[in-house]
Design a protein around this ligand. Structure first.
Ligand SMILES: Nc1ncnc2c1ncn2[C@@H]1O[C@H](COP(=O)(O)OP(=O)(O)OP(=O)(O)O)[C@@H](O)[C@H]1O
Ligand SMILES: [Mg+2]
Length: 282
């Protein structure tokens, strides 16, 4: 039996931004069928921040591809804002930052960022003006006219992040958005994302589904952390995070934070689930 999501049953369906019910996904290669996801059920409510964590290859990117309408599941239902959807009808309804930054090498940083608005019908000049206004926030001022090959890996990732944020969809899907950044930039951008997200008023606050390999990042950012099993990805554990908002960096050394970390590492199979007395004995 798959573990169902831990939302209280009284959460009204309309408040659920995203509902995944019994979603499975397969790939067929050289006549072999590979099951990437198996019977996964999960929901994300309005304005909720959910982190998804699991071993490499367990289907996290596949899941975001499915939610965004880029891949068709082999089974299951997906609702957005209470509406049943098809793969085609999901396209363009979410803001999605894919795992590999997919900047177009022939477009400048500014034109890459503006693309998010252009594809949704904003005229090019207006899209460029709106994108340019956000460059400072992302630490990219002065690089508007640079091409991706002239940017560092971290800067390319920030341009891709800016492009995703500009799309302004109510559901933000982020696949390891800080993965290629050095530790300092990573902490800086996590804080930036959190400040911006926590400052948004509840009705306009985006729901976020963020994939990460970093347990501390998941706890620091999220309201709930969902742990997937090794492939095929199923829900292994859901951890509601018991930390107040706004989150502050000092919280990473607090007792509840460390307790969440121990539980999540155990759920990932990286720590024994019961503490080893030999380790805790002074
Ligand atoms: N286009 C594809 N064709 C065939 N198999 C694929 C394809 N995309 C993914 N897979 C396989 O499906 C499984 C899930 O892949 P996916 O990229 O979703 O994993 P992931 O959890 O995002 O991994 P990572 O943490 O390394 O990014 C893997 O075994 C992968 O090899
Ligand atoms: Mg992935």
């Amino acid at each position: 039996m798959p573990l169902l999501d831990s939302h209280p049953p009284r959460t009204p369906v309309a408040a659920r931004r995203l509902v995944l019910a019994h979603v499975s996904a397969t790939y067929v290669e050289d006549g072999q069928t590979l099951t990437a996801l198996d019977d996964l059920s999960l929901s994300v409510t309005d304005g909720e921040f959910v982190a998804l964590i699991g071993p490499s290859g367990c289907g996290k990117s596949t899941l975001l591809d499915i939610i965004s309408g880029l891949y068709t599941p082999s089974a299951g239902d997906i609702r957005l804002d209470g509406e049943t959807t098809t793969t085609a009808s999901r396209l363009g309804r979410t803001a999605y930052m894919r795992q590999r930054d997919l900047l177009m090498p022939w477009r400048s940083a500014l034109d890459n960022a503006a693309l998010a608005l252009e594809v949704h019908g904003t005229p090019r000049r207006r899209a460029r003006t709106l994108a340019r206004a956000r460059f400072a926030e992302f630490g990219l001022v002065g690089f508007e006219d640079a091409y991706p090959a002239q940017l560092s890996g971290g800067m390319r990732q920030r341009v891709a992040f800016l492009r995703t944020v500009l799309a302004e969809r109510p559901l933000l899907l982020l696949d390891e958005p800080f993965g290629a950044l050095d530790a300092l930039s990573r902490v800086g951008l996590q804080t930036w994302l959190l400040d911006r997200w926590e400052a948004a008023a509840q009705p306009t606050r985006q729901a976020v589904l963020l994939v990460t390999h970093d347990v501390d990042e998941a706890i620091f950012l999220a309201d709930r952390v969902v742990v997937l099993t090794p492939r095929p990805g199923r829900i292994a554990h859901i951890e509601p995070i018991d930390l107040l908002r706004p989150r502050r960096r000092e919280m990473v050394t607090s007792a509840p934070f460390l307790a969440h970390r121990a539980t999540l590492l155990a759920a990932l199979g990286l720590l024994p689930s019961t503490p080893d007395p030999a380790v805790s004995t002074p």
